[in-house]
Write a protein that binds this ligand. Structure first.
Ligand SMILES: [Ca+2]
Ligand SMILES: [Ca+2]
Ligand SMILES: [Ca+2]
Length: 493
């Protein structure tokens, strides 16, 4: 054996020893002190790979939805690049100064007095606490610029005097209500809209006129869902902000699937409903439970007419004398456009920014106002309108429901106190003098018959649903009596 051979052999033996040593299983312990075998280690590795894969799939399915939702919210905040007429701030102030004896908001307080009080001459309730400026200054002797809890106390006292309880049903318009709490009862209201009812600040139970139908749906982002129903009392559970539609027949259900932009619909059954529950509503792979009518939104159409310029004098300050935000004003504009084919001039005003004048030439399917610019006569944006109602203590101390609309668009927002004024129209049917002169509609709330003092909260031993039908509606029909008290002026909110 040569020396070389010997060395090579020794080397290979040593290598083998090293490998053998390496292969020796050294016991490995986990945190609990249990041995981890190689099989277990492999299993753990497989499990973590599967976990990572599943997480990636989950992220892939659900994460885009979060991102897309944010994007959708952003795009709603439509704010086109327009210029404001800042000179209008002075014009508006001049109009106020030159008309000290007028009462622009019709709250019973003259402009000059509003100026010295510091209250808003275009708003009947400057501090938005539900008590009109007149009531606070002349009746309750409270601060019209500091929110007070007058309404809630008034409601409690009123209930006490009449022997009513929180759960006593009452009526607003033709809807019978059972409030969940005194805040709902004192401040909440319901307004009838183009397609149904919107609940504002009210949470509780509602009963709708039977002739309208027996199925109440909440509509949220264009999707209908049946409201929770209490059969014993024949009432529907509603929450503040709910938009409710009444249907005569139950709506047909469907599940909308979307795979990478390809949409298809599956009939509603247990399997599709489970998928709709598991899968997100936005992303690359989605499943959304909806009603068949939600699947084709083309049923509602927008109204668009030729853009024509109404005759008006920009130097005429009369548009600064009003804040035409009542539902009657809105209905008047909608009719002028849809029925008479007339364009309507609108002024949006903010006491710091100034004014933007637009020409309303159409309505979206949802009733929002399509606006064109008077300089270019080209579409410039949309004024989004929302019908609202809230309770107020009017100048005579009556608690009434006031119907109005909120608006936003072109950087203006009624929630910031910005005004809106429809002040001119094309055609003969809509004379500019008609605008702002519409009487505010106030639905009188009627106390329901005290026999029906049965809250749906206390699961009924007897059927109050039948009793509800006995509610005397004669009190509710006093709308007209009430509106006579109202000055022939547009009112804020
Ligand atoms: Ca006033
Ligand atoms: Ca007030
Ligand atoms: Ca106040």
């Amino acid at each position: 054996m040569s020396r070389l051979k010997q060395v090579l052999e020794q080397n290979s033996q040593a290598r083998e020893k090293r490998t053998r040593k390496k292969r020796t299983v050294m016991p490995v312990y986990d945190i609990q002190g249990k041995t981890i075998t190689p099989e277990k280690r492999r299993r753990t590795r497989r499990m973590s790979i599967i976990t990572i894969l599943i997480s990636m799939i989950v992220i892939f399915i659900y994460a885009p939805g979060v991102f897309m939702k944010d994007k959708a919210e952003d795009s709603q905040d439509y704010n086109p690049d327009i210029t404001y007429d800042t000179a209008a701030v002075r014009s508006s102030n001049n109009v106020l100064r030159d008309n000290p004896d007028e009462d622009f908001d019709g709250d019973g307080i003259q402009n000059s007095e509003e100026t010295s009080l510091g209250t808003d001459p275009w708003r009947i309730d400057s501090d938005q606490d539900g008590a009109t400026d007149y009531y606070e200054v002349h009746v309750s002797d409270t601060d019209p610029l500091q929110p007070d809890e007058l309404l809630e106390n008034e409601q409690k006292n009123d209930d006490e005097a009449k022997g009513n309880r929180l759960g006593t049903p009452y009526k607003i318009g033709n809807v019978i209500l059972w409030a969940d709490d005194y805040a709902s009862k004192a401040y909440g209201s319901v307004v009838e809209t183009l397609n149904g009812y919107r609940f504002c600040g009210f949470s509780g139970y509602a009963q709708f006129p039977e002739e309208e139908g027996n199925y109440a749906y909440r509509v949220q982002n264009g999707i209908h869902s049946l409201l929770p129903y209490r059969e014993e009392e024949n009432v529907w559970e509603v929450h503040s902000g709910d938009m409710v539609e009444i249907h005569k027949e139950p709506l047909e259900k469907t599940v909308a699937f979307n795979l990478f932009g390809f949409t298809f619909y599956g009939g509603s059954n247990w399997a599709t409903e489970i998928l709709a529950t598991i899968l997100p509503d936005a992303g690359f792979i989605t499943a959304t439970s909806m009603m068949a009518i939600d699947a084709d939104p083309d049923t509602k159409e927008s109204t668009i007419i030729d853009i024509t310029l109404p005759k008006y004098d920009p130097s005429d300050g009369s548009r600064f004398m009003m804040n035409s935000n009542t539902l009657n004003d809105l209905l008047f504009v909608q009719e002028a456009v849809t029925e008479d084919g007339n364009c309507v001039a609108v002024s949006l005003f903010n006491s710091k920014k100034g004014e933007y004048i637009g020409i309303i030439y159409g309505l979206t399917a949802d009733g929002d106002l399509l606006v064109a610019d008077p300089d270019t006569m080209e579409p410039s944006g949309v004024i989004k309108v929302t019908e609202k109602a809230r309770k107020i203590l009017d100048e005579s101390g009556d608690m009434v429901s006031m119907e109005y609309f909120d608006y936003s668009g072109f950087g203006f927002d009624s929630l910031n106190g910005d005004r809106i004024s429809f002040f001119a129209a094309t055609g003969n049917s809509a004379d500019s003098s008609l605008f702002g002169g519409t009487v505010s509609k106030k639905d009188t709330e009627a106390e329901a018959d005290s026999n029906t003092d049965q809250s749906p909260d206390k699961s009924g031993e007897d059927s109050s649903g039948e009793e509800n039908e006995e509610i005397d509606t004669s009190e509710a029909s006093s709308d007209e009596d009430n509106s006579e008290n109202i000055d022939n002026k547009s009112e804020d909110e």
